[in-house]
Design a protein around this ligand. Structure first.
Ligand SMILES: [Zn+2]
Length: 299
């Protein structure tokens, strides 16, 4: 919802009728119809307000992960405030569900070249993976020189974190975004299908596709905003559910944590994780992995 951060200040969030529960249930039903499990990146704010939604998602076998508390851009925060945000949001989700949270995705892909310190903090706060660095050029985010596929990141504090980039395709020496969020919704569906095929046949890697609950809600109230923001937010909302249904039908998906443990996403992360797993403070959930954001990693 970054497009409307100026129009809808945080302190007024509670005054708006919330559609997140209904929209998340729509996604849960869709996933159930296709027998698909995904990773649900919750806002701490949503977890505090709707803890039973967190439990519902967990009970259906999906992975729970963290998408910050207030949806503020990481690169706009001082490190101490980021740490506080991460702590309270991780805690809100874990308290609601009773299972540990290992994954983080920054609001609006806001970890970039100048905010890599955030990865050190995530590792210190008990996260095992991050999925926030988009290796593209974009007016609001991106780190074009970052690796395109999952890798183990060596933090400056000596810790390690697996970084899981969203999908890109490489054309004429440039990285192009693909198969998630606005790119999934606004670009022709043929492009998405071609991207999946390219990953399958050429890259031989899973596609880490993603979308938000509001993207399956064509009836949502229209908030007056600039042309660019409105275009990015409202285009093709009515097509997302149908397109998702096609993808879910055609491909196999699994939660990020599951793909990570199986070595499907990043083989070199598997051995290292065997050690860090011993320090779980919660009972191990069956197959741990939106409410603010949904994730599926095609396996
Ligand atoms: Zn978001």
């Amino acid at each position: 919802m970054e497009a409307f951060s100026n129009e809808v200040p945080r302190r007024t969030w509670g005054d708006w009728p919330s559609r997140v529960v209904e929209n998340t249930r729509k996604i849960l039903n869709l996933f159930e119809r296709h027998d698909v499990k995904g990773t649900f990146f919750f806002l701490g704010w949503v977890a505090n307000r709707f803890p039973s939604l967190v439990r519902e998602v967990q009970a259906q076998g999906h992975e729970l992960a963290c998408h910050s508390y207030w949806h503020r851009r990481v690169c706009s925060l001082p490190p101490s405030e980021f740490r506080e945000d991460v702590r309270i949001s991780k805690d809100a989700i874990e308290q609601a569900a009773g299972v540990p949270v290992y994954g983080y995705r920054a609001p609006s892909w806001s970890i970039n070249k100048d905010s890599l310190w955030a990865l050190d903090i995530l590792a210190e706060e008990g996260f095992r993976y991050d999925s926030s660095i988009y290796p593209i050029r974009h007016d609001l985010y991106g780190f074009p020189d970052a690796p395109r596929f999952a890798y183990v990141y060596q933090c400056r504090n000596g810790r390690e974190l697996t970084e899981i980039p969203p999908p890109t395709v490489r054309i004429a020496g440039f990285n192009f975004p693909a198969a998630g969020g606005g790119y999934f919704r606004i670009f022709p569906f043929l492009y998405t299908e071609w991207v999946f095929q390219t990953f399958e046949q050429h890259y031989r890697k899973p596609v880490v596709t993603y979308f938000h609950p509001w993207e399956v809600d064509p009836e949502q109230p229209r908030i007056p905003a600039g042309l660019k923001s409105s275009f990015r937010h409202y285009t093709n909302l009515g097509l997302v559910e149908k397109r998702l249904g096609v993808l879910l039908q055609k491909h196999l998906f699994q939660p990020i944590a599951t793909a990570l443990e199986a070595g499907d996403l990043c083989p070199s992360a598997v051995k290292r994780k065997a050690v860090s797993m011993e320090h779980r403070s919660f009972p191990v959930a069956p197959a741990v992995f939106p409410a603010e954001q949904t994730e599926g990693s095609k396996g």
